[in-house]
Design a protein around this ligand. Structure first.
Ligand SMILES: *Cc1c(COP(=O)(O)O)cnc(C)c1O
Length: 430
């Protein structure tokens, strides 16, 4: 069997909230003495998502309309067996990959974009603002807003804005407004541009601009595509579907792997399984993979830091490279973030999640092999998980273990062809 599918009616009805099952207490958000970061939260987030951010209820009902839009975009997504890759690697391991690339925007990000747009609209907002790095998140939120009849403004990291012109086209098709960040739309953007008109931008700066925009208008909320607890929550439909799919073949995972930028696709695919690990019902390894050029989990410090550059977000306890960290411009733009989901960070600190970092060239090599043996061109971000999946399968060849390895296939790379061109021409360096 190559593909394990579910029916539309199997689309999960609840999100799983791991805050109910943590092995240690969640470190509360905090603020600076002079700051208003916590008071500002209700001005930038809808009541719906803010309630979820702090909730400790184990299961949270998915509103009917959100569940219907999940079906509209093709959920549940299939789980594929990578038999071509297995044969090439000559491994006794079984490699599975969860096809989050099959959503209309090509990644997992719509899972939370739809929910966030729904709650913002329910709360009277007319427009959402956000940041985007590689463009996946801006694309997803533009479509979600279009489906729910809202406006959307996307601050896109300037270097990506230049590198990925087709992202802009898709966002425009979905009626999103796109501004290269730093922009002259906000005070913070203007300040950065005054210091350096050629500034390439960063996710931290784009977040600051999007929050400032939302703070200045009552009818506008801000939306974050990763990191925060409610985003991890919305993504847990991925892992719940994988559970049903593995049940169908009477199997359980031995290793689960996902790439991490802010942690949401990793969290979404693994948290329902981590629940079983924490209760002693499952023996499985969980590996979070990041680029060696932005090594938040493997080299960062576990401490309180801001989520953005201007310091408008609350202080969050997470692994961080520092909120003014400007990462090198690697092609896996979705993984260039200085911080990490505090939930993923906590579970890494507790040694339930194992972090690993891999080099950019090894990622492109793995992706080429994956494309040649499975047909699907992975996003550069997704390639981080594939690289480690291949490493684990090769280990099984040596030990003879028939492990079940599940890779969360977070997105396709059909809009990242410049990166692939650079790789094929030998221009990619680590
Ligand atoms: C955004 C993105 C990521 C990184 O974000 P997470 O929140 O860590 O999941 C990974 N893969 C793809 C395809 C993305 O679009």
């Amino acid at each position: 069997m190559y593909k394990i599918t579910l029916n539309e009616k199997d689309t999960p009805k609840k999100w799983y909230n791991i805050a109910a099952d943590l092995p240690v207490e969640f470190p509360e958000y905090s603020q600076t003495d002079e700051g208003k970061q916590l008071e500002n939260l209700p001005k930038i987030f809808s009541k719906g998502v803010l309630g979820q951010e702090l909730s400790t209820d184990r299961w949270i009902e998915i509103p009917k309309l959100v569940r219907n839009v999940y079906k509209q975009i093709g959920r549940p997504s299939p789980l594929f067996r990578a038999k071509g890759l297995e044969a090439h690697l000559d491994t006794p391991a079984k490699i599975f990959y969860k096809r989050e690339d099959m959503s209309p925007t090509g990644s997992h990000k719509l899972n939370t974009a739809i929910a966030q747009a729904y709650y913002a609209k329910e709360d009277g907002a007319e427009r959402l603002t956000t940041e985007t790095g590689a463009g996946q998140w801006g694309t997803a939120l533009s479509l979600a807003c279009s489906l729910l009849d809202m406006d959307c403004t996307v601050y896109m990291v300037k270097i990506s804005f230049k590198q990925k012109p087709y992202r802009k086209t898709i966002m425009h098709l979905y009626n999103g407004e796109i501004l290269p960040s730093p922009s002259d739309r906000t005070e913070f953007g203007k300040k950065i541009l005054k210091e350096d008109p050629q500034h390439p931008g960063s996710l931290g700066i784009a977040i600051s601009e999007a929050i400032e925009d939302a703070l200045n208008d009552e009818k506008v909320y801000y939306s974050l595509g990763s990191v925060l607890n409610h985003v991890m929550l919305h993504q847990t439909i991925i892992g719940q579907e994988i559970q049903m799919q593995m049940n169908k073949i009477d199997a359980t995972p031995d290793v689960m792997i996902g790439c991490v930028g802010g942690g949401s696709n990793f969290a979404g695919s693994t948290f329902p399984f981590i629940k079983d690990k924490l209760s002693g019902d499952l023996d499985c390894e969980f590996i979070a993979v990041e680029p060696s050029s932005c090594p938040t989990l493997t080299k960062g410090e576990y401490k309180y830091d801001f989520g953005d550059t201007a310091g408008l977000t609350p202080l969050i306890k997470m692994y961080t490279l520092g909120h003014d960290f400007i990462p090198p411009s690697v092609h896996a733009g979705g993984l260039r973030y200085h911080g990490m989901s505090p939930l993923v960070a906590l579970l890494t600190h507790e040694k339930i999640i194992e972090p690993r970092s891999v080099s950019q060239t090894s990622v492109f090599e793995s992706n080429k092999l994956f494309a040649q043996t499975e047909g699907v061109v992975p996003a550069p971000e997704t390639g981080h998980a594939i690289k480690v999946g291949i490493d684990e399968a090769i280990k099984c060849r040596k030990t003879g273990e028939e492990k079940n390895i599940i890779i969360n296939f977070s997105g396709h790379g059909l809009l990242d062809l410049q990166g692939y061109d650079d790789f094929l021409e030998g221009k990619i360096k680590d």
